[in-house]
Ligand binder design. Structure first.
Ligand code: FES
Ligand code: FES
Length: 163
């Protein structure tokens, strides 16, 4: 019988120092969901295709199902649970998805919210083509994307302070 070696893995998640003991092969998605109890990050395909598991690593979107937790020890992770405003209110991106009905079942939504948060930080007023490109790594089986695209443009307006 092989005894699996475990590691103490610590990182900052949503601004809070978090740690847990896990095997070296623990995926970041499983570490967040099972070891830290942050089940907002969803797991769909588990091989890097759907984008459901997207989180922000030092601000950049990554597939947490393709990332080993040990490899991001000491770094900053933001999950969907960390996107809200400091007062607990919805962020502009979250509000826009709510307002424009940018979701149906919601399974893909945490990944889209993380992706779009980074997209609009880097490009506050994306063109239609830039929105399509920006969300091209996230799959949605329900919405047909039209309301997601509207949500991204609406989020850009909200972030800019337009009504
Ligand atoms: S679950 Fe990670 S990309 Fe699909
Ligand atoms: S809202 Fe159901 S998969 Fe996108």
């Amino acid at each position: 019988m092989t005894i699996e070696r475990t590691h103490d893995i610590a990182m900052t998640v949503n601004g809070v120092h978090r740690s847990a003991t896990a095997p070296a092969r623990r995926l970041l998605s499983d570490f967040l969901r099972h070891d830290l109890g942050l089940t907002g990050t969803h797991v769909g395909c588990e091989h890097g295709v759907c984008g459901c598991c997207t989180v922000l690593l030092d601000g950049e979107p990554v597939r947490s199902c393709l990332t080993l937790a040990v490899t991001v020890a000491g770094r900053e992770i933001t999950t969907v649970e960390g996107l809200a405003e400091p007062d607990g209110g919805l962020s502009p991106v979250q509000r826009a998805f709510q307002e424009c009905h940018g979701l149906q079942c919601g399974f893909c939504t945490p990944g889209f919210l993380c992706t779009v948060t980074a997209l609009l930080r880097d490009n506050p007023r994306p063109t239609h083509e830039e929105v399509l490109e920006g969300i091209s790594g996230n799959l949605c089986r329900c919405t047909g994307y039209q309301n997601i695209i509207k949500s991204v443009h609406r989020a850009a307006e909200l972030k800019a302070g337009d009504r």
